[in-house]
Write a protein that binds this ligand. Structure first.
Ligand code: FAD
Length: 304
């Protein structure tokens, strides 16, 4: 049953028409637990609340897979506005974005131009930008674009997904760039020809990625709610005597708040991924796919 629901939510996540239909119901049916509202102001308020409890944030203006240049420009403008809002508010946050929202699916050059504009604005404000990793079809393009940029710019990082067979090789190949990598399990529906289908294999690979990247000397953002992986990371950090300015833990807004606060109290740097905006549907469906038990939460909210 769980596997069926997972596949269903993963398919919904990609469906524009289901997304349009669902958005008509607004945030009422549960997305509000995972999304910090539709406006920048609401998102900045959420970041203030996180900062007040010792957590930092990364803001993501939701949006993906745009198909016109005008839409890509609009997403770019929203990223610029978000960076300005972070700087104006003086909150502890940086920016996460998706390359398909900047036009990666239209042309790599359009995407690169938009991303460069964003990175320049971020640099003006002294802010960091993380490129999220999307489905496998974007992986090679995203990594090669990152490599080109990283040679000239240092306020940019990328994400590596533990479910992909290629990820350990990617980490080794990126080593010389001393990259800032967010390590995650991976949230998209992928073919077993490119990704481990079984969770224990993903978890083992996640551990390999953590130790390899920490040994290689880059910055590690360990992004998971899985206590076993977090324990493993803490042990490895201790064994390798990795200094605190070379790693942080990251979790998603609305998930395992108890664990986020425990890590803060233990003295770890914790960053929460705070998504906001009207295009919340695909993100929301991926959160349901990760944990089909969340569907009860949605059903309860449908009738509120
Ligand atoms: P799991 O084994 O899935 O979960 C461990 C425990 O966490 C569960 O038992 C449960 O208690 C809790 N939990 C996990 N998910 C949920 C949920 N949805 N609702 C309620 N409880 C839950 N993926 C990408 O593909 N690309 C990215 O760029 C990307 N960026 C991310 C950024 C951050 C900061 C984080 C935390 C995740 C990101 N992800 C990204 C998602 C990631 O790939 C996983 O899908 C997600 O984190 C769930 O896996 P997990 O590591 O928490 O482990």
């Amino acid at each position: 049953m769980d596997a069926l629901l997972r596949t269903l939510f993963q398919s919904f996540a990609k469906s524009q028409s289901v997304g349009r239909m669902a958005r008509r119901y607004g945030l009422r049916f549960g997305a509000g637990r995972f999304v910090a509202g539709e406006t920048i102001e609401g998102a900045i308020d959420a970041v203030r609340a996180l900062n007040a409890t010792g957590r930092e944030a990364t803001l993501d203006h939701l949006g993906e897979f745009v198909s016109t240049e005008a839409e890509a420009e609009l997403s770019t403008r929203m990223c610029l506005k978000t960076l300005d809002a972070i700087a104006d508010a003086g909150v502890k946050a940086n920016l996460s974005l998706k390359l398909t929202s900047l036009g990666l699916g239209i042309s790599e050059q359009i995407c690169l131009n938009n991303l460069t504009t964003i990175l320049n604005r971020a640099r003006l404000h002294g802010l960091f930008v993380r490129i999220d990793m999307e489905d496998f079809a974007q992986c090679e393009k995203t990594i090669s674009l990152y490599k080109r940029l990283r040679e000239q710019i240092d306020n940019v990082g990328i994400v590596i997904q533990a479910y992909l067979y290629r990820s350990l090789d990617d980490i080794e190949e990126l080593k010389s760039l001393k990259p800032n990598l967010r390590l995650v399990k991976g949230a998209y529906k992928e073919s077993p020809t490119v990704a481990y289908p079984a969770k224990p294999d993903v978890d083992e690979n996640f551990k390999r990625l953590i130790s390899t990247h920490l040994k290689n000397g880059g910055y590690a953002a360990i992004a998971t709610h899985d206590s076993q992986i977090i324990d493993y990371a803490q042990q490895t950090i201790q064994e390798l005597a990795v200094p605190p300015d070379r790693y942080e833990f990251q979790m998603l807004y609305g998930i395992r708040e108890d664990l986020q606060l425990t890590l803060v109290h233990e003295g770890y740097r914790v960053r929460v991924y705070v998504p906001f905006g009207s295009d919340w549907f695909g993100y929301f469906m991926r959160r349901l796919a990760e944990r089909p038990a969340n569907v009860w939460f949605v059903l309860k909210n449908l009738f509120k």
